[in-house]
Design a protein around this ligand. Structure first.
Ligand SMILES: [Zn+2]
Length: 302
């Protein structure tokens, strides 16, 4: 009832965009692109959301090609962390102005709040001490989480719209990401690009690190995944659904992996990220999982 009343009372005119009335931001240092007036408005609104509000954040939604990425890059340049590379409580340099000190104190408080949140989150998720980062949480730059196909685009746009080395960019992605990009390195970049799948997989690893072995093939699984594995994939009575069989056939199709483009990246990503998802299991040579026999499409779920 409540919901219906709310939707009925919604006037289409209320959805017409309102102008942002806050302070308009100047073009930030490091940005070489010139923003259109509505993009300056977007940048200024996002800056205000990040700095002036009790509740931070917001959603910038617009049609394709309107420069949402550019506006976001502008905000990243505009609201850079001043204390990213400082130890907690580090003193301001003697030449710092009163405003500099004020800003530093404000940011110090934000980092302290973030640290508190982090500790609380680790506790709430029951993350064992031994899988938590050894050096504790690190201060870092801006984390951009995007679809795999947008990784390159983000990097290109930052290079295109900013002065050389105005923003350092690191990409955290791929099966060797942890060895290629250790935490100490990640925290140094101004911008770190990553994907939804990586964040999801890393988070899952953190919150449920314990796996059990399959009694048939010895492969390690999370307990809930093992149930699926045994039912549909492993052992004498395993059955595959039509969709699973199809997905495996397409995964096994040659040529797909030879595609030297982003798509390939995305493909190998999904196969490595979903190591627990048997559907994408194409890295293991374990018997029972990689049966070369043609998959019957007659098998259906009951
Ligand atoms: Zn098995």
């Amino acid at each position: 009832m409540e919901v219906r009343r709310e939707t009925e009372e919604l006037e289409p005119d209320e959805l017409v965009p309102v102008k942002f009335h806050g302070e308009m931001r100047p073009s930030p240092k490091g940005l070489t692109a010139t923003l259109l007036p509505f993009q300056v408005e977007g940048q200024s609104w996002m800056y205000a959301q990040e700095t002036k509000k009790e509740i931070k954040g917001g959603i910038l939604a617009d049609e394709m090609g309107m420069g949402k990425t550019l506006q976001t890059i502008a905000v990243i340049c505009d609201n850079r962390s001043k204390l990213q590379h400082c130890k907690p409580g580090a003193k301001s340099p003697p030449e710092a102005t009163f405003q500099d000190r004020e800003a530093a104190n404000m940011e110090e408080k934000l980092w302290a709040d973030a640290l508190k949140e982090w500790k609380h989150e680790m506790e709430m998720q029951n993350v064992p001490k031994k899988v938590q980062p050894r050096a504790g949480p690190q201060r870092g730059g801006t984390l951009v989480i995007c679809p795999v196909i947008a990784l390159t685009q983000w990097k290109t746009e930052i290079e295109k719209f900013c002065a050389e080395n105005a923003l350092t960019v690191g990409t955290y992605h791929g099966p060797n990401r942890v060895s290629d990009m250790p935490t100490a390195m990640l925290s140094k970049y101004d911008v770190v690009l990553t994907t939804y799948q990586v964040v999801e997989a890393d988070f899952r690893k953190l919150v449920s690190p314990n796996k059990v072995s399959c009694p048939n093939c010895g492969q390690k699984f999370k307990i809930d995944k093992l149930r699926v594995h045994l039912k549909y994939f492993c052992g004498e009575y395993a059955e595959k659904t039509e969709a699973q069989a199809r997905q495996r056939r397409s995964a096994a199709r040659p040529g797909q992996r030879r595609n030297d483009h982003d798509d390939d990246h995305s493909f190998s990503e999904s196969s490595s990220e979903n190591q627990d998802d048997d559907i994408h299991h194409n890295k293991t040579g374990k018997p029972g999982l990689r049966s070369p026999a043609p998959l019957s499409s007659g098998h259906q779920l009951p």
